[in-house]
Design a protein around this ligand. Structure first.
Ligand SMILES: *Cc1c(COP(=O)(O)O)cnc(C)c1O
Length: 385
């Protein structure tokens, strides 16, 4: 089936007992058994739930994988994936990874005997420097937040597979509509479904997808054994949202492309970071790796740009009206944020300078509004500086 057809239908059919077209919210903690251990496949709500299963089947298909497991947040997905490892194992992770992921690795898993190195995964040579006998997992985010640096997933997959390590990709920023890492050789893909997949800024959730049965079996075990499962209602909301994922992503991509071009023409803006722009240093890699299901490149909804300094950025941000000043991304509404004082405030200033994150940097998470309105808002914000 075509991707839009899958988005609407995969994992779902009319309810057998009532004919309900939409998968019901099975808000139940337990299930009646006909005789001891004789049941319809469901025993207990943590172990299994029909609404959750429909969401998992739907997202497995959209990510072009075979097995998916839903979690109560993106961090719960990351933490469950880390539990595939054991004390003494070493993990290499993208340096500029989501802050919560770095915090979890450094301040939680390190206490359980796992070891970590955070490096720039856009260059294989950096991996070779830190790679060890005990390295069991490479955890990659591409593009990164907020500077949109891209790692070559096909090259990283073959690097990992030559060394019997797993490639795990946090695909939150592109959504499965514009990037499907399993097709490029990744072993595990995870998302914060809070972002583009749910897309309406009203649920926190996570998903893990794989093609490999032995990994799937362990993930299923961990999902139940660890227990970071989502509620049936949250699963139902996300399942409703995935029906429009392709439509939303196309509009977001078209809006972001127009906005990135507008910003790169404005002399008050020093530098624009968007992989869709020809002058992005990794534009060609992005155009090869970030494809919609019909083979057209897409660059997503995240744009960052440099204003001269913090004061200028503050004046600009105070003048903005339509973009909401907030953390997070991936919703239908456009958001704007100032990474140094908001999402990346916990990154020490020297570290921020080292990775090129300036005090004047502004990040946009573009939504689906009329692009003329979004550009007019940015224009009047720029007029304030
Ligand atoms: C938000 C986010 C997470 C964490 O997900 P939560 O749903 O907030 O727990 C992980 N990775 C990326 C890239 C994110 O943007």
């Amino acid at each position: 089936m075509g991707y839009q057809t899958d988005a609407v239908h995969a994992g779902q059919q009319p309810d057998e007992s009532t004919g309900a077209v939409i998968t019901p919210i099975f808000q139940t903690a337990t299930y009646a058994q006909e005789a001891p251990a004789v049941h319809k496949g469901y025993e207990y709500g943590r172990t299994g739930n029909p609404t959750r299963l429909a969401l998992e089947k739907n997202l497995a298909v959209l990510e072009r994988g075979k097995f998916a497991y839903a979690f109560s947040s993106g961090m719960a997905a990351t933490s469950t994936v880390s539990q595939l490892l054991k004390a003494g194992d070493h993990v290499v992770c993208t340096a500029n990874v989501y802050g919560g992921t770095a915090r979890y690795f450094r301040q939680v898993m390190a206490h359980f005997g796992l070891q970590f190195d955070l490096v720039d995964t856009s260059q294989i040579s950096h991996l070779e420097r830190v790679w060890r006998q005990e390295t069991k997992m490479l955890f990659v985010e591409t593009p990164t937040n907020p500077l949109l640096i891209i790692s070559d997933l096909r090259a990283l997959a073959s690097f990992c597979h030559d060394r019997q390590a797993l490639l795990v990709v946090d695909n939150t920023f592109m959504s499965p509509y514009f990037q499907r890492p399993l097709e490029l050789g990744a072993d595990i893909v995870l998302h914060s479904t809070t972002k583009f997949i749910n897309g309406h800024s009203d649920v926190v959730g996570g998903i893990v997808i794989t093609n490999r049965p032995e990994i799937a079996e362990r993930l299923a075990f961990l999902q139940n054994a660890v227990g970071a499962v989502p509620s049936p209602f949250d699963c139902w909301l996300i399942l409703r949202a995935t029906k429009t994922l392709p439509l939303r992503m196309r509009q977001i991509n078209a809006n972001a492309t127009a906005i990135a071009e507008f910003l790169s023409r404005d002399r008050r803006v020093q530098k624009v970071y968007y992989p869709g722009l020809k002058d992005h240093p990794q534009h060609e890699l992005a155009a090869r790796q970030q494809l919609d299901p019909y083979g057209q490149p897409g660059f997503g909804g995240m744009i960052s740009f440099d204003l001269p300094d913090f004061e200028t950025a503050k004046r600009f941000l105070t003048g903005i009206k339509l973009f909401t000043l907030a953390e997070s991304l991936g919703g239908v509404e456009s958001l704007i944020c100032h990474p140094t004082s908001m999402t990346h405030a916990s990154v020490p200033p020297e570290e921020r300078r080292r990775i090129g994150l300036s005090d004047g940097l502004v990040r946009l998470a573009v939504g689906i509004e009329d692009v003329e309105d979004l550009i007019a808002d940015l224009q009047q914000g720029l007029a304030q500086i």
